[in-house]
Design a protein around this ligand. Structure first.
Ligand code: GLN
Length: 189
């Protein structure tokens, strides 16, 4: 197993620490050459989705990344990463990569609650969840499995090879979500 971590912007180091801790090989993806390297999965970190999108386009990585995901590469997007994966983004004419059949709303918790930590269920396990100017998932298509709902909002979901969380599991000590992603890769058909 060897997981690429998109490292153009945002909270990528924390994902590397998690994978190191789990003894899973990983490498940073900073340019198109890195993106073309063999990998069994990809993590797209939190940060600022618009900035990450611009860098992906400037560095000529956008189409290649979309292709790889559409061809079945297991991918895990956190926060801004989830926004980049979504088919639709509220208030924008179009989504970014448009590979996941979800509609997301950015900065969805208002200014008062823009960052908070809570504990809630992911699938069947209670985990800590750190939200930082987070989105939530407004609606999902029929192929999308909902994995977490917090305060009546969907905050984690999976569609086949694609996993997205609105919160940042890399910022807590909990390993549940990274382990779930690694199992997704292991069980890939
Ligand atoms: N607010 C950011 C965006 O809209 C996402 C925040 C995050 O990744 N923590 O892209």
């Amino acid at each position: 197993m060897n997981i690429g971590i998109l490292a153009l912007q945002g909270a990528f180091i924390e994902h590397k620490h998690k994978l190191d801790f789990l003894k899973v090989n990983s490498f940073y993806i900073r340019n198109k050459n890195d993106l073309l390297k063999n990998k069994t999965g990809l993590i797209m970190p939190g940060g600022e989705s618009t900035a990450m999108y611009k860098l992906l386009v400037e560095l000529d990585m956008f189409d290649e990344l979309k292709n790889q995901i559409e061809n079945g590469l297991p991918v895990f997007g956190t926060c801004a990463g989830l926004i980049l994966l979504a088919n639709e983004v509220t208030g924008q004419d179009h989504g970014f990569l448009k590979v996941m059949d979800v509609k997301v709303t950015r900065n969805a918790y208002g200014r008062q609650l823009s960052s908070f930590i809570t504990h809630d269920l992911f699938n069947t396990i209670k985990v800590p969840m750190t939200f930082i100017r987070a989105p939530y998932i407004e609606s999902v298509g029929k192929d999308v499995e909902i994995l977490s709902i917090v305060n009546e909002k969907i905050v984690a979901a999976r569609q086949h090879n694609i996993l997205g969380t609105a919160f940042h599991p890399e910022l807590t000590k909990d390993l549940t979500i990274h382990k779930y992603f690694i199992d997704m890769i292991k069980n890939k058909k």
